[in-house]
Write a protein that binds this ligand. Sequence first.
Ligand code: F0G
Length: 464
Amino acid sequence: MTSDSFHTIIEPFRIKSVEPIRFTTRADRAAALERSGYNPFLLRADEVLIDLLTDSGTGAMSKHQWAGMMRGDESYAGADSFYRFEAAVRDITGLQHIIPTHQGRAAERILFTTILKPGDIVPNNTHFDTTRANIEARGAVAVDLPTPEGRQPQVRAPFKGNIDLAALERCLDANRGKVPLVMITVTNNSGGGQPVSLENIRGARDICRKHGVPLFLDCCRYAENAWFIKTREQGMEAKSPIQIARAMFACVDGATMSAKKDGMGNIGGFLALNDPDWTERCKNNLILTEGFTTYGGLAGYDLEALAVGFYEALDEDYLRYRIRSIEYLGDLLTKGGVPIVQPTGGHAVYIDAKAMLPHIPPAQFPAWALACALYLEGGVRGVEIGSVMFGRQPDGTEKPAAMELVRLAFPRRVYTQSHVDYLGEVILRVYAMRGKIRGMRMTHAPEVLRHFTAQFSPVEPDAV
Ligand code: F0G
């Protein structure tokens, strides 16, 4: 337990195994960007110095997780490892039926292909890209209902991830019989990693019950959300993160999870539900596409690592350090004048590229341009969450995204404070030269989830 009498919050671990990172020159990075079509997803990882592309599957596992892996039971059916995984998920979520999957989007695909039909509507505080894409792939409609403050990067509020309850009520009233489920994403990843309050989840539960519609959590970052509830929601400070997580899950009928986040794993996920009929249909779908019900596309040793990781994510010392290290970078940037989504979220700092680069119109993808500049100047890889990711509409037209953000997502237990100090320096340097950053033109785009493989070139100065 960190002593309250000291100011410094330290990494609550020491390092047993290290992974070298490789320094490159600016010229190396310019060549790498050109070769990869100015798409950071297409860089080789060893060309990146500090990799903040995602917090998904990129964390360092603990010795307890590695020890757990050694007892992985690789039996095809009925492995011990599955029962330990199932017990952990059931203990934390209280949900009845636990279906392992190889990652979050597999849980989404299984759920949505099982229960959605064309024309159905699925509201969420904000759908993540894979969730939206899996819904749209069924011909259904993914509706985002964030609160008004959730759309304003600079506005400070404790729970900017909340779903707009009045809008949810209107949506359910207007679409009776067409909404098979409502979802809430904790924390709200596309909306700045912002938390959702317990009060808001309970409010959504009441509305859903009134309309007879099940409520699901997209619970990838349930532990980080629980920490924000503990530290920001009135009356919750004395509760432990696991008690709060249980209170969150007690409101819902099911959950999809990418265990690559708060499962502290490098791979894995689950679909958890209470409804026996949906469960049976989802299990059949799982067997057809992922694997038998007691491994769902994972090795026994993966299930073991996750059974341990789900609890480690809820450790108070870990969560205090985790949330503080993100906030620490946020403080450095805020002090330097860099516009970021305020307050800092759970797993990432989000730079507001629209505010930082007003000379680049949305059609020239300001956040994409900023992500490329951060790599070029400092070898830092982040991800655009803006009009490249979300601008293409299901009918093929373009509409600028609500926000143009660069997300710098922190792998769990990987980087130390000096890495973060370096990041601060890089970002402030890029901020100082922001007027010189040019927009991007998309030269090739695939149909679905285009940000992963699209190609770009910088807009020529005279074309601006
Ligand atoms: N839901 C949310 C809120 C997510 O953030 C992600 C993944 C998924 C679902 C899908 O999970 O990757 O295991 O299939 N987010 C990662 C990210 C990729 O970088 O934020 P997955």
